[in-house]
Design a protein around this ligand. Sequence first.
Ligand code: HEC
Ligand code: HEC
Length: 126
Amino acid sequence: MDTFFETMGMFASAMGNDCTFCHVKEAYFDKTAFAQVTPKMLRARQMLTMMKDLNEKYFAGRTRVTCFTCHGGSNAPRSEPDLALQYGEAVEDPNARDFPWIRGSRASRSSTSTCRPSAAPTASRS
Ligand code: HEC
Ligand code: HEC
């Protein structure tokens, strides 16, 4: 991941939600409120560590497993296969979205999230 805000955007889209899924609602109006730590942020930090471990141990350090790999737009990844999907008719998903930045370590576009603060810092957190 190239920049911090791309990471935040990916967090948000992987969870199928917006920034305030993890951050306090006040962050909409007051950028400094993003720093307020919430239980979801603590959970997200654990997830980040887990994701790094997986990639380091099993995928030669490549960013192969991402938040989206498991979450796929949901905050509760499924544990069981979907029988309807398995035995039903194949359907093309017209809403399937492509997330170029999960293909490799280089981000190729930035988030389109609406609650991104205008003065986004670009400090690299790779
Ligand atoms: C899945 C949870 C999650 C989502 C969704 C999320 N964030 Fe975060 N955010 C975090 C975590 C965790 C941190 C703390 C990072 C760290 O450990 O330093 C953070 C930190 C931040 C900070 C730095 C706060 C500070 O000053 O310390 C900003 C700004 C921020 N996020 C903006 C955003 C924006 C904008 C979005 C929506 C595009 C977003 N976040 C979506 C989890 C999330
Ligand atoms: C290997 C699979 C996997 C990966 C990778 C993963 N997660 Fe998770 N995550 C889960 C599972 C499973 C849960 C538990 C959901 C539940 O309890 O239903 C969860 C729960 C969460 C929760 C709590 C959701 C809630 O409703 O309280 C947050 C936040 C979260 N993940 C963020 C992230 C972020 C951010 C990343 C990427 C850094 C990530 N996860 C990567 C599997 C994963």
